[in-house]
Design a protein around this ligand. Structure first.
Ligand code: F6R
Length: 244
């Protein structure tokens, strides 16, 4: 638990930077699982600062984003492709072609095969070294809404009503929010070597308590992380407020 989200985000960025540098030292690729939304933005700000001011290179970094709305075009205001370019990719030296974000433009009959390819591509790099996560008020990680099983893999899902309410302002009204999204599964996330879940602010306090202190269940998919061998929950004081 950190005093504020800025301090917490700097600590997360430092861990990511240390991982990138340690992989560089041994000539290895660093495979990062990335999230969008308001939670990780300060982590990306700090990574950009480390690149600009402290010579952190992303030359050996390969990224896989958790999710993307479906259907959506990459240039839409709400697209996670656009988000990642604006917050990180356009400001660092990650090689073009090293970033992967689920494709929101595919015809419906191509999505299932595409999701399997996304899994195979992650596997082809030896799996995710580190996955960062935010958490939704439903307890979703990625867009694994309540009901998602521990075994779930990358797939097309239907967004929960609460998630659509929370996304309404981004889409200028709940009626405009995508009904669906492509997301890595809980199983995909659980296979990552290291997982960091972040949450800021009082609005997340209740779901953080249920995630950390409740029983592991598909009713709150984030609870499955209790059984991950190397997962850490990073909070500001407001998000930690309801923990016993
Ligand atoms: C985003 C994602 C979601 C968000 C979650 C929290 O890629 O996978 O699980 O992390 O909905 O969103 P924010 O950070 O906007 O509160």
């Amino acid at each position: 638990v950190y005093d504020d989200s800025r301090e917490a985000s700097v600590a997360v960025a430092e861990e990511i930077a240390a991982l990138i540098r340690s992989k560089q030292a041994t000539g290895e690729t660093c495979v990062l699982g990335l999230a969008t939304g308001s939670t990780p933005t300060k982590v990306y700000d700090e990574l950009v600062r480390l690149h600009r001011e402290e010579g952190l290179s992303f030359g050996n970094v390969v990224t896989f984003n958790l999710d993307e709305y479906y259907p959506i075009t990459p240039d839409s205001l709400q697209s996670y492709v656009r988000f990642m370019h604006e917050h990180l990719f356009d400001h660092v030296d990650i090689p073009v072609g090293n970033m992967h974000i689920p494709d929101g433009t595919l015809p419906a009959d191509k999505v299932a095969a595409y999701c399997q390819e996304y899994e195979s591509k992650i596997a082809s790099f030896g799996g995710l070294d580190l996955q960062i996560l935010g958490i939704g008020r439903t307890g979703h990680i990625g867009f694994n809404e309540p009901g998602s099983t521990l075994q779930s893999r990358t797939r097309l899902i239907t967004l929960d009503h609460v998630t659509k309410v929370d996304a309404a302002s981004d889409f200028f009204g709940e009626e405009n929010v995508s009904r669906k999204a492509i997301t890595m599964g809980v199983g995909t996330i659980m296979d990552a070597e290291r997982v960091i879940l972040m949450a800021w602010g009082e609005g997340k306090a209740e779901i953080v308590r249920r995630t950390v202190e409740g029983e592991a269940s598909h009713e709150i998919p984030a609870t499955f992380l209790q059984n991950h061998p190397n997962a850490t929950v990073i909070l500001d004081t407001a998000a930690a407020d309801q923990l016993v």
